[in-house]
Design a protein around this ligand. Structure first.
Ligand code: PAF
Length: 277
């Protein structure tokens, strides 16, 4: 695996490649990320991974400084995967001047759910993904369903800008107790880690209720929120939405494909998860 820092070196390494499969990450790699790399290698060759903790997608009171940076360990783990190039730019490499041109997703998708609770987050994500894609020029890019809204926004961005990149979705990888793998799980105390699978269990309960024919989505969502609050969580949302656009299913009772999405804080750690219904 070649490790490159600058855009210039990256372009040298990828010259002449036209089937590149790309996996952008912020590092602190775990099984979830490796599953993205493996899926990438089924869709293209060579596989390029990036590690870059993107300041633009963190709000002023969020955990940019605290975000785990484990580059050496990540490199060792990546050597075991079928990754040809790791692009690990410094901030100066990727943003040599202040990044004044930004990509703003539309409000109806980018301003809801994560976008409501993390203003500016999707602008930061879209801007860095656009820039990384412009550096790597992949034919395929793999994003996890764990960040469901991010996946949809990036996919639509690629479509609307006619980027020659197909966005492939990877299933969420979970621990044996159901907790979705996330770099932020490492911030959980032992007691919080024991409680954390309750988020996935709550989503499963919501899914079960909808599948059983209950169409009173407001009551189902409220019950889910209340049960998390009772257990000490601070939920931002638990909502059932249309898979196609993340808007409210307008006619309870129609069988459009749905997804239940949740974000909640356990202690100081904010976890997100979702489940297709
Ligand atoms: O999902 C992530 O890790 C990040 O949002 C991404 C896509 C690498 C952009 O910084």
């Amino acid at each position: 695996m070649k490790i490159v820092r600058s855009i210039h070196e990256l372009r040298d390494q990828l010259r002449g490649q036209n089937r590149t499969a790309f996996v952008p990450t912020m590092g602190n790699l775990h099984e979830g990320h490796f599953s993205l790399m493996r899926l990438a290698s089924q869709h293209g060759d060579p596989v390029v991974a990036s590690i870059f903790v993107n300041r633009l997608q963190f709000g002023p009171n969020e955990d940019f400084d605290k975000y785990p940076r484990t580059l050496q360990h990540d490199i060792e783990k990546l050597q075991e995967e079928n990754v040809y190039v790791l692009f690990a730019p410094t901030e100066r490499d990727l943003y040599p001047q202040p990044q004044e041109y930004r990509v703003d997703p539309p409000q109806d998708l980018g301003g809801i759910l994560e976008g409501e609770f993390r203003p500016g987050f999707f602008q930061g994500v879209c801007t860095v993904v656009m820039k990384l894609m412009s550096c790597v020029q992949p034919r395929v890019a793999v994003f996890g369903k764990k960040d469901y809204q991010q996946l949809m926004i990036v996919r639509q961005m690629c479509n609307q800008f006619a980027l020659p990149t197909e966005v492939v979705a990877a299933e969420t990888v979970r621990d044996t107790d159901g907790l979705a793998l996330s770099s932020r799980n490492r911030f959980l105390s032992a007691a919080e880690r024991a409680e954390a699978p309750m988020l996935a269990r709550t989503l499963n309960r919501v899914r079960g209720a909808v599948l059983a024919g209950n169409r009173d989505l407001a009551s189902i969502e409220k019950e889910a929120l209340d049960s998390l609050v009772q257990r000490g969580w601070k939920p931002d949302y638990v909502v059932v939405r249309r898979r196609s656009n993340l808007l409210l299913p307008d006619l309870a009772g129609t069988d459009v494909p749905l997804v239940v999405l949740a974000a909640a804080r356990l202690g100081t750690t904010r976890l997100i998860d979702n489940l297709e219904i």
